[in-house]
Design a protein around this ligand. Structure first.
Ligand code: IPE
Ligand code: IPE
Ligand code: MG
Length: 228
């Protein structure tokens, strides 16, 4: 089975850590390690594209200390992962609003994107300062700026940050909450939703298999009748 696009709402780092008497920051550190494990599974499971929700436009409501720690880990992660991305022929995109992000993080983002821009085997989208509503507003504003006077579904889709990417086949949210929290509201119109009770740091190769098995059992109809 080939998966065109799987997307993850990486939730539960904080709760995972507090269950173990550790800090939220420690939970995020383990969250980054989990992300690495998932990236290592892309080839094995024949996944062309994976998106990861790392920081939402609403996450600015958190304490500055936690936000700073998250951005610093992201910067470190981008730096440390460049070689691995290149070795595995993975193209990295960071999607979301750049405004408000620390300059050194923006630099690392640009560098990683530039370095991996010709990679073709897989694409990984890291969503940082991403909100689906902001994305849709940004799309319309870009269209207006470019002189568009009429927008259809295809055109709007090509103005989103995910322009020319396939819609996610699967959206997974770890951590037990069953909501999208402003993630891929447009692109996810027909995505198969999978919610897990385990927290993000607990995801691993076996659990990716469970997710793919669950997906393979789903009947996608896209509004049509079931042709047996
Ligand atoms: C990680 O999980 C996702 C981010 C927003 C960085 P959380 O930090 O939301 O962890 P919980 O949900 O509080 O457990
Ligand atoms: C969703 O998690 C956002 C990310 C995973 C980046 P949150 O923890 O921010 O979502 P809510 O607040 O529980 O809806
Ligand atoms: Mg959360």
């Amino acid at each position: 089975m080939q998966i065109n696009h799987i997307a993850f709402v990486m939730d539960g780092n904080g709760r995972w850590a507090s269950q173990r008497g550790k800090s939220r920051k420690y939970g995020h550190k383990k969250g980054v390690e989990a992300l690495k494990k998932v990236l290592q599974s892309l080839k094995f499971y024949n996944i062309s594209m994976a998106s990861f929700y790392a920081f939402s436009t609403e996450n600015w409501k958190r304490p500055k200390e936690e936000i700073d720690a998250l951005f610093s880990m992201m910067k470190q992660y981008l730096k440390n992962t460049e070689t691995e991305l290149l070795n595995n022929d993975i193209k990295l995109n960071v999607l979301g609003r750049r405004e408000g992000l620390p300059l050194d993080l923006i630099e690392s983002i640009k560098k990683a994107e530039e370095l991996t821009k010709s990679c073709k085997s897989h694409t990984v989208n890291l969503m940082i300062n991403y909100g689906s509503r902001a994305e849709i507003c940004d799309a319309f504003n870009k269209a207006i700026k470019e002189g568009e006077t009429f927008i259809d579904e295809k055109k709007l889709s090509d103005y989103l940050y995910t322009a020319y990417m396939p819609d996610p086949d699967i959206i997974v949210r770890t951590g037990g909450d069953m909501r999208l929290s402003n993630f891929m509201l447009y692109q996810g119109a027909y995505s198969e939703l999978i919610f897990t009770n385990y927290y993000w740091p607990e995801i691993n190769k076996m659990r990716i298999k469970e997710i793919l098995d669950e997906f393979s059992k789903r009947k996608r109809r896209f509004g049509a009748l079931d042709n047996k």
